[in-house]
Design a protein around this ligand. Structure first.
Ligand SMILES: *Cc1c(COP(=O)(O)O)cnc(C)c1O
Length: 362
């Protein structure tokens, strides 16, 4: 490469994101529980909408996402003019970092926060600032203490990944109210639909001018492969995001699939109920085997082992049994494994394999 050609500051500090593995050599019947995917898949209405969209693939998609924004607005009771649609919620979060943080600015998140937050901070040239949690729960006082006149963005996921824990409305409101005036609070609601009756921060967005929330079609809607997410925020922030996004960021198939998915509230409800049922079953089964976890509010549990060595040994045992879960040492949790809640047979298979592992270790 020619001397002197350099990327923007921060970019070479990024460690490549590692997705959940999906295959194991020599094993068929692999059970992938490493990426928090919906075991029930997407709604039939969404699949049919994607097929219908295939008849018009020679046409450019609409640039204003109007039909999808209005469907989201109807279902979630939000203002369609303040909804922004992106290529996964990842694009919403990345554009927020690009628009509001740069060299010399701080982007704040917590020690076990989602691994994309430091990537977005570095990609914008800003400094990532990592704040401690309190026993795997976001600590509002610690975040507020870390904020300065350089803080531009604060990212928290609520429920959080990979801990599965969440903080209540009053705590989130206290965080929003305590931030310095130039800082925007970003509430990542990737798992919000798993919490019955949770507004994901909608009321805070509507009552303040420093709060944005993001949501995704990748988790409860079972559309991770389609890449659609959305954000809801103050009009001024949404206007900024619309200026910097690509005009055709979402394909016509993605727009159609997501619109049908959000309208199929019966499917969403069924997925939420099934998930809660098998999540609690799995957490109890593992706890009885001596593998506790914090009460999860999402579609995974963070299983805690005695130490890093035991977590790794259990991961190896699970792999031999054809089960892929997520190692979370990179999140500062080497003694834990994050296990996506599958369907009934998946949960039984995990519990059986962990029981075998614990039995063999004695
Ligand atoms: C899965 C996940 C997302 C979703 O990313 P998409 O780009 O919408 O697929 C966002 N935030 C967190 C914390 C997640 O776990």
């Amino acid at each position: 490469m020619a001397d002197g050609i350099e990327p923007q500051p921060g970019i070479l500090d990024i460690a490549l994101y590692k997705g959940g593995a999906s295959h194991l050599d020599g094993i068929s019947n692999v059970l992938k529980l490493s990426s928090n995917e919906n075991p029930l898949g997407a709604s039939d209405a969404a699949k049919e909408a994607v097929v219908r969209a295939s008849h018009d693939l020679h046409r450019y998609p609409p640039t204003d996402h109007s039909a999808l924004r209005h469907a989201i607005a109807e279902v979630w009771g939000v203002d369609p003019d303040r909804v922004f649609c992106g290529v996964g919620s990842g694009e919403v979060l990345k554009l927020l970092a690009e628009a509001y943080a740069g060299p010399g600015d701080d982007v704040v998140f917590t020690e076990h926060g989602f691994s994309m937050y430091p990537i977005y901070a570095h990609a914008s040239g800003a400094n990532p600032v990592v704040v401690r949690e309190n026993e795997r729960v976001v600590d509002v006082d610690a975040i507020l203490a870390a904020c300065t006149d350089k803080t531009k963005l604060v990212f928290i996921a609520n429920p959080a990944n990979p801990t599965g824990t969440m903080i209540g409305h009053a705590e989130v409101a206290r965080l929003a109210d305590g931030l310095p005036p130039q800082a925007l609070l970003v509430l990542d609601g990737a798992y919000a639909e798993y919490v019955d009756g949770f507004d994901a921060g909608k009321a805070l967005v509507e009552s303040r001018d420093n709060v944005v929330m993001s949501r995704t079609f990748s988790k409860i809607y079972g559309l991770g492969g389609l890449r659609v997410g959305w954000g809801y925020g103050p009009q001024a922030v949404i206007d900024v995001l619309n200026r910097i996004r690509g005009p055709f960021n979402l394909s016509s198939a993605a727009l159609a699939g997501a619109e049908a998915a959000v309208r199929d509230t019966a499917h969403t409800e069924k997925c939420r109920i099934e998930n809660a049922r098998w999540r609690d079953w799995l957490a109890n089964a593992l706890a009885e085997l001596g593998v506790p976890s914090d009460t999860s509010t999402a579609n995974f549990i963070l299983a805690r082992f005695a130490d890093a060595a035991e977590a790794q040994a259990c991961d190896e045992h699970l792999r031999k049994a054809g089960i892929i879960v997520r190692q979370v040492a990179g999140y500062g949790l080497p003694q834990c494994l994050r296990i996506t809640v599958g369907d009934e047979s998946a949960c039984r298979r995990v519990a059986h394999a962990v029981a075998q592992f614990k039995g063999a270790g004695k």
